[in-house]
Structures are given as C-alpha cells and as structure tokens.
Design a protein around this ligand. Sequence first.
Ligand SMILES: C[S@@+](CC[C@H](N)C(=O)[O-])C[C@H]1O[C@@H](n2cnc3c(N)ncnc32)[C@H](O)[C@@H]1O
Length: 334
Amino acid sequence: MTVSKLSAITKTILQSQTPEEEVSAIKLLSDFFLTFRSNRIPQPSDQTEIVLNGGIALSFDHAADCLQDYYRTARFIKGVYLSIQELLLRFPGEKINILYAGCGPFATILLPVLPLFKTDQLQVTLIDIHPESVKFVKELFTTLHLLPFVDSISVQNAISYRYPSANLHLVISETMFHALLTEPQVAITRNLAPQLANGGIFIPEEVTVEAVISSFSNEPFLSNTSTPLLPVTPERTLIAQLFSLNKSSAQSSSFSNQEYRSAWYQIPVFQKSSPDICLFTHVKIFKTLELGLSESLITNPYCLVSILNLPSNARISFIYNFAELPSWSYQLAD
Ligand SMILES: C[S@@+](CC[C@H](N)C(=O)[O-])C[C@H]1O[C@@H](n2cnc3c(N)ncnc32)[C@H](O)[C@@H]1O
C-alpha cells in the first residue's frame, strides 16, 4: 500500500509540466516523507553542519528541508528517472550501478523512482557524511521494502570515497548552493566523476557560473520556494562564462590546487541602472531538464561586488577557491 502510494506520487511528479504542477506534486512527496519523519525522535545533532575541506555538509534538518525547493526536487527526480532509462539502453543486460553521494535523510531524488524499476535492473549505493541521515534513510528503505535495490548505505565522505568496482554507471550528487558557494559540489564531482564507467552519467550533468553586470536588487530571488517567480528582466550584460562543471571539466587543470582563476576582463564604467557584478548559476540536470536563474535556491543570483567600489579602468579576474569553504573573490590589475 505504502509503496503503491509512493509510485502514484512519483508518476504525478514525472507527469508534471507547469511550475504549479511541479509544486503540488512535490508537496505530495513532502507529506509522504513527513509521516515517517514525524515518528522520529529529534536528535541534538539535527541542526549541526559538518565542515569538511571542500565545503560544508548541511545538517540533517537542513538536508531534509531541501525537498521543499520544489522545482529543484521535481526536475532532479525527472532527470534521475530519465538518466536511468538512458543507461538501461546504453548498457543492455547490465544491472545499473548507482551511487548517490549526499543522500540526506530521504534519498529525495532517487528513492521515489525506485518502485518504477525492477530490482534486477538497478543496484544503489547511498552515502552521506551525517550518521543520523544514514540511519534514517536505512529505516526508510526498510519500511518501504526497497532494500532489495540496495548494495550498501553508509557514512562516508564523498570527497574521498572510492566506489568498490569499475562499473559505476550513475553518480547523483546535489551538494551545492548558489554560485557553488559553501557546499562541496566541486570537490565531490572532482572525486567521483573520474570513477564513472565509460558512458556513465553524472547528475547534474553541468553547472555553469557566469559573471554578469546587473542590478542585484532588481534581480529575481527565490526565497519562498512555492511561489513561481514573475519573469523580470533587469538590464544585464554578460562579462563572461567563468566555468562549467561537468564530468570531463571536473578533471581538468582549470581546477588544479583547488582553485579556479578566470581570464582578465575590463571593468565596465559604473552605471546606476546596473551597478553590480553578479554571479549567475545555471544547472543542466539531464538533457533538457534544467534550473534557470532563481528557479531554485541553488540558482539564485549572487552579488560579488558593486562596480562603485572598484577603480575605473582596472581589470578584474574572478577566483573560485574550494580548498576549505568554497567561495568567490577577485583580483584587480591596472
Ligand atoms: C543539499 S543536501 C541534499 C539532500 C538530498 N540529496 C536532496 O537532494 O534533497 C546535501 C547532502 O549531502 C551531504 N553531504 C555534503 N557533503 C558531503 C560529503 N562530503 N560526503 C557525504 N555527504 C555529504 C549532506 O550531509 C546532505 O545530506
């Protein structure tokens, strides 16, 4: 009964087309998970983040709340479902090995699609750095009779984790914040993408960060995640695409020494209508499934600096460092 209810919710999510449909479908999933969560005794560590070299792992509570980033959750679930279908075609007759790195308490973007497959089609490995999330997700899989899909569920650091075989077909990891700040998406992608088999898929397929001149206060910014944003287009000028993180680029030398440095760009003349240098994030989850600017907390705009605070006629280079806490800075030159 419970699993058939979950399958029905997942089908509603997969069929949702408009933002409103996506929100209401994910609300059903949220209610479904909350019935399990409400039986759990809260733990003192539930709001504790873990600081790693490479980024912060969100607390149990915060990771659970990501579910309510509605378009994000809906589109990742759709993307994971389609990527599994694609892999079943790419690797006929093989069991698809899936690693979910940073599964959180609900394995939110993978668990809902599992009842739509057969246990001899998929084998999943779930890891998270938070013991309480791992404990809870294990209980969830047990209660929902989904353990036959599972190879292992364990506490691991995805920044250094080694998958035990060479036959890894799909890696799923959503461990990011806007502009790839704070959380360890880059460090995790750099560790796990090279472990994929040839033809394997990393979800999200690509995360792009652009530097744009705009008015930050006029940019759409998602805070209430259930309200679709009205399309507003402040005056914007692209400075450059800074980098694009995907399974190939993650291994490239542009990220060496846990740092990325852009080329040099002329700082534009200050204008009241577009006074800021902002960083925009775009997430290509899988094929045409995407999260555009401000459609999710992970694609909200980030204001790096106001041009008013920069010397005129200077040049600027953008620096992303993820040795410890991922952050953006810049360097100036004459
Ligand atoms: C943004 S939450 C996403 C939760 C869930 N996967 C979802 O999509 O709703 C990120 C999760 O990744 C975990 N995480 C972050 N860094 C990690 C690391 N280095 N190793 C293992 N888990 C990590 C956090 O503990 C948290 O549960």
